[in-house]
Design a protein around this ligand. Structure first.
Ligand code: TGC
Ligand code: FAD
Length: 390
């Protein structure tokens, strides 16, 4: 489909600045020329996209809202959202790579790190020279990270870290990981663990049916000596990792609009070209109903994100608002991926078309960064004041 068929039904471009549109269009063009030609092959064969992180660094997609003095681009939250949207039009794996690096690795180092940590790590993370991972989830603690078992002991001149993290994006490739662990006082702290520290291993999780162009793995800590200067000094408690999730969930709520757009535009084009019963299938009311619903849902999601972005720029977005947008938009995208697949009939299951890949990817996206159920309960708590988690 031509890029000028990407929908903007309610004229959201009029709410954007020239800079926003320039950034959005340049990432759109990069996705079209660099990601689209190789994404089916990478996903089908569970391969890395060569040089992905350095390419993302070169287009300014790593830490876009981190100030320029630390290697970021100093952009606002709408720009960050638009970048995520364009990357996920390519594939959720590409957006995942950029959102983990930006929101889950650079954000905590920037917000909670020392000046030395910021200067040491942020510029190399921004350029893609370093690949970061974020270790919160454990084999026994996913939705309830507060129960984590990974722990560290103060040994005087270093910390001794033990435990394991599971389902970690980019674990097998990472140069460093921001790891959340409990101290002897039971309080959660973050620390930077570098590849090469003795006792730190990152086994890959294979046989995934989802996010096949992204590497997932474990972070295993077996008596790892972590230098004391690697502790993030400015945060304590679960609000540390959860603040990072606010930023990543915000990016996902924009990102999945891109996946939905890719499916929608493909379905519109196919339905006009495919003839059955002597007519294009786009002329049948049942197909038009689907397309009309897709466009309506995409437009609602775009408006939600734009408003959330302005709230975030003003530091007014609440975690519960971010939860609502993440859950709503991922559900919207997965429904469109599945339904648009049907418009293509048998062809919809083929790799030449993106629907099956997006639908399979979105099965991870609806689970990670808080499952759909967790986000419903966060909204439920906000409505009723009653905590239904436990
Ligand atoms: P709870 O008692 O509610 O809160 C504990 C402390 O945290 C504070 N807090 C937050 N702070 C900032 N932002 C938020 N969103 C926050 N939510 C809670 C809270 O105020 C409290 O602070 P304090 O000072 O009183 O101690 O926590 P709980 O134990 O009842 O658990 C509830 C919660 C929020 C953890 C749960 O609802 C949840 O969100 N579970 C989902 C876990 C999750 O999302 N994991 C994601 C792992 S990372 C990932 O998936 C990356 S995928 C990346 C990719 O590839 O793109
Ligand atoms: P569980 O928490 O065991 O949940 C299982 C089911 O129970 C879900 O349906 C859930 O909604 C439901 N449930 C749980 N509690 C409740 C409740 N109180 N009420 C109602 N229902 C409930 N984590 C990281 O830390 N870093 C990463 O980089 C990362 N990358 C990931 C990449 C991929 C591809 C995937 C799949 C996951 C990744 N995760 C990462 C982990 C992800 O955040 C967790 O999978 C997610 O938080 C859910 O945890 P869980 O899988 O243990 O499921």
């Amino acid at each position: 489909y031509p890029l000028n068929s990407i929908p903007d039904y309610f004229g959201i471009d009029d709410l954007l600045t020239e800079e926003h549109i320039l950034i959005r269009n340049s990432v759109r063009d990069w996705v079209q020329s660099f990601i689209m030609p190789q994404i089916d092959d990478a996903a089908q064969h569970h391969k890395d996209i060569p040089n992905l992180m350095k390419e993302l660094g070169a287009i300014g997609a790593l830490g876009p809202y981190i100030p320029e003095e630390y290697g970021g681009a100093g952009l606002d939250q709408i720009s960050y959202g638009l970048i995520m949207q364009e990357l996920e039009r390519g594939d959720s794996a590409v957006r995942s790579a950029a959102s983990v690096q930006s929101s889950l690795v650079m954000f905590p180092i920037f917000e909670f790190g020392s000046e030395e940590q910021k200067r040491k790590y942020l510029p190399k993370l921004a350029s893609g020279e370093f690949i970061g991972a974020f270790g919160l989830t454990e084999p026994n603690h996913g939705s309830n990270p507060g129960g984590m078992e990974t722990h560290y002991k103060d040994m005087g001149d270093h910390y001794l870290l033990n435990g394991a993290k599971m389902w970690i994006t980019n674990a097998p490739l990472c140069d460093l990981a921001v790891v959340w662990a409990k101290g002897e006082d039971g309080k959660v702290r973050g620390m930077i663990v570098e590849r090469g520290y003795e006792g730190f291993t990152t086994p890959e999780t294979t046989n995934k049916w989802s996010l096949r162009a992204s590497k997932t793995g474990e972070l295993v800590f077996n008596n790892v000596k972590v230098p004391k200067e690697n502790l993030l000094p400015k945060v304590e408690g679960l609000k540390g990792p959860l603040s990072c999730l606010n930023s990543a969930r915000y990016g996902i709520s924009w990102g999945v609009i891109g996946a939905a757009i890719d499916c929608y535009c493909t379905a519109v084009q196919y339905s006009k070209e495919r003839t059955q019963f002597g007519k294009p299938i786009a002329s049948f009311q049942l197909q038009q109903k689907k397309l009309a619903e897709f466009l309506t849902e995409i437009t609602k999601a775009q408006l939600l994100c734009w408003r959330l972005g302005t709230l975030k720029n003003d530091h007014k977005a609440t975690p519960a608002q971010i939860s609502m947008a993440k859950r709503n938009n991922v559900r919207m995208a997965i429904n469109i991926a599945r339904e648009s697949r049907q418009i293509l009939g048998g062809m919809g299951i083929m790799g030449e078309f993106p629907m099956m890949r997006h639908a399979a990817n979105l099965e991870s996206v609806i689970t990670y960064e808080g499952t759909e159920d967790v986000h419903l309960l966060i909204t439920g708590l906000d409505i009723t004041g009653i905590n239904a988690f436990s």
